[in-house]
Design a protein. Structure first.
Lengths: 298, 318
């Protein structure tokens, strides 16, 4: 299948104008939504191959950032598992950055670029657009995360001790679903805002890394850490994954057992997806009423 | 009235040279006006989206959180050198606000003007020198970074146990290091701007990635001596390394050296453990000059390429 046809799909039974779209049956609706997901994820995946500079700037350089924290622990002569904590943190930061910049802020950028009104005019659900963005972004950030995990583990002699592979895989996937669910909620929320989005995105980096314990055990933050574990998928996911990836070494610094944190993540996934749908409708209505859907550069 | 025969003929020279290309040599005052206007514009764009208090909170939250991450890492591990190392990381991460601001300011101003406001082509063909406008815009972010650095240092001294004695500050070293260091930071910003001129919209994350990578090799939050010798050598060639070492030595004379120390490459090469003030300033001057010249060459090459390939107003999306 060619790139172009992958992006837009074949003209199937669901083609036609909005008037025709109103009479579509369920099969046609689902087919169109799936095409919307595929079409929105396409530029992110294709973009990876068309702009090779991202390999240097988004894989190699962030790996060096993670390495800096590894060397801080080495300078402090910390126990080896702390280096592993940093590496896991570096892996999850790849996904978090993708959520913040390419999910949360995306509808705002689309508004600035003039694409947003096209999305709303197209016969599809905006949730499909968000799913497409999430899927494409997930592919992009998985590449970076994999490189950080493999290269850093080899280079810095990180020894994983995994006894519950299934639970570790489950927690990892649940963390990703929850992260991208949160990204969808934020994308809806940011739809109403103007230039605040940019600054809020900035605020969602180091301060969130701090409260989520990306480079140190989150339980050291006491109540603040507990709040983070209860609300931020990054915090609870990392806490659980550390316990599962370094069995016996991280349990003493954990908040809750990994099974309990997995349940918490399931709740987060459901809550964020429902909230994203509600917020999207609410924000769209508000944005339409206040005439902000097509206002650019503010 | 006819034009004076002695006047230079009006022709469309390279817009990259600004007024110089079209009307002869640009007076310094015109460059200054362009710089001041761009800096003011940059400041307004950064600051007028909210009220001053919220702007202040947003400006300091990031550097403060970055510092707290490192302080927590030090506290978690503890050890005998904990207090001294805490001061080391507080100063390093506070100063890093300048680097992030300087590097990101120039790069983001290109992306802002090209992708969001669609104004880059108009700036490019305006009578002001393009590089001067960019540096002006970047300076506004450096100023915001300075606020973040100052607040972080204040919090470090007030709440994180960093002991600063104003009577012991080496003002000459401090002023010299800051002056050369800021020039080097802006030069690095121009270097990255040269890349961003040619890349796509997703380059928003590039400045932070570059700053993060530099974080590893310049002794920002740990002494270079823990790195392999080859990486130490790369670090010693960076002006930021000497800038950080200079400011640290000026503020906390006799504290842990980010450049020297037992087993460091500097100690092996120089024969003494830590660099003296004069050595730091000379090394900073030389490395900053090399980076500044290199960034000028790279910027001119980038301008030629974007004009040839028609990238100056090319917007992208993903």
């Amino acid at each position: 299948m060619s790139a172009a046809s992958w992006a837009v799909g074949r003209q199937g039974p669901s083609s036609g104008g909005p008037r025709e779209a109103a009479t579509w049956d369920r099969r046609q609706v689902i087919a169109t939504e799936l095409r919307a997901v595929r079409g929105r994820s396409y530029p992110r995946i294709a973009g990876m191959f068309r702009e090779p500079s991202w390999i240097f700037f988004e894989i190699l350089l962030p790996f060096l950032t993670t390495s800096a924290f590894v060397f801080v622990y080495r300078a402090l002569q910390a126990p080896p598992e702390y280096v592993g904590f940093v590496v896991l943190g570096g892996v999850m930061i790849a996904f978090w950055l993708n959520v913040v910049w390419l999910m949360a802020g995306q509808l705002y950028w689309e508004k600035d670029q003039g694409n947003l009104e096209l999305y709303f005019a197209a016969p599809m659900d905006m949730m499909s657009v968000l799913f497409g963005m999430a899927f494409g972004g997930l592919i992009m950030s998985s590449t970076r995360a994999a490189v950080v995990l493999v290269v850093a583990s080899v280079l810095y002699d990180v020894v994983f001790n995994v006894q519950q592979w299934l639970l570790l895989g489950g927690v990892f996937l649940l963390t990703l679903f929850a992260l991208y669910g949160l990204g969808m909620v934020l994308a809806s929320l940011f739809l109403l805002w103007g230039r605040e989005v940019w600054h809020l995105n900035q605020l969602l980096q180091e301060p969130v890394y701090f409260v989520s314990g990306v480079n140190f055990p989150v339980n050291r933050l006491g109540l603040l850490g507990a709040l983070a574990v209860a609300t931020l998928p990054l915090a609870v996911g990392l806490d659980a994954m550390r316990q599962l990836a370094f069995a016996g070494q991280a349990a003493a610094t954990a908040f809750l057992p990994p099974e309990a944190e997995a349940v918490l993540l399931v709740v987060m996934v459901g809550a964020f997806l429902i909230l994203a749908r509600v917020m999207l409708r609410l924000m769209e209505r508000l944005a339409r009423r206040e005439g902000r859907l097509t206002v650019r550069g503010r | 009235m006819s034009a004076s025969p002695s006047a230079a003929p009006l022709s469309l020279g390279s817009p990259s040279l600004g007024a110089a290309g079209r009307f002869g040599r640009t007076p310094l005052i015109a460059h200054w006006r362009a710089f001041a206007t761009a800096a003011r514009l940059g400041w307004l764009m950064e600051a007028n989206w909210t009220d001053p208090f919220l702007f202040f909170v947003y400006s300091v939250a990031k550097p403060l959180a970055a510092t707290l991450i490192l302080v927590l890492m030090v506290l978690v591990i503890g050890g005998a050198s904990s207090a001294e190392f805490r001061a080391f990381v507080v100063v390093g991460s506070a100063l890093w606000s300048f680097v992030v601001g300087g590097i990101a300011g120039l790069a983001w101003s290109i992306l802002d003007d090209r992708e969001r406001y669609r104004m880059l082509k108009y700036l490019y063909v305006s009578s002001s020198a393009f590089a001067v406008v960019l540096i002006g815009r970047g300076t506004a972010r450096v100023a915001i970074g300075a606020v973040g650095a100052l607040v972080t240092l204040t919090v470090g001294v007030g709440f994180l146990g960093v002991r600063l004695d104003p009577g012991r500050i080496d003002w000459l070293l401090l002023v010299g290091s800051m002056a050369f260091g800021l020039v080097a930071i802006l030069a690095l910003g121009v270097l990255l701007a040269s890349v961003i001129l040619q890349t796509r919209q997703e380059s928003w994350s590039y400045p932070e990635a570059v700053a993060g990578a530099l974080f590893l090799i310049v002794g920002a939050v740990f002494p270079l001596s823990v790195l392999p010798p080859v990486v130490q050598a790369v670090g010693l060639a960076m002006p930021l390394t000497w800038w950080l070492a200079g400011v640290r030595q000026a503020l906390f004379p006799g504290s842990i050296s980010s450049v020297g120390g037992p087993g460091s490459l500097f100690a092996q090469l120089s024969g003494h453990a830590s660099p003296q003030s004069g050595e730091i300033l000379v090394a900073l001057l030389v490395t900053a000059a090399v980076v500044t010249l290199g960034s000028g060459v790279a910027f001119r090459a980038a301008q030629r390429r974007v004009m040839q390939k028609g990238l100056i107003d090319l917007t992208t999306g993903s």
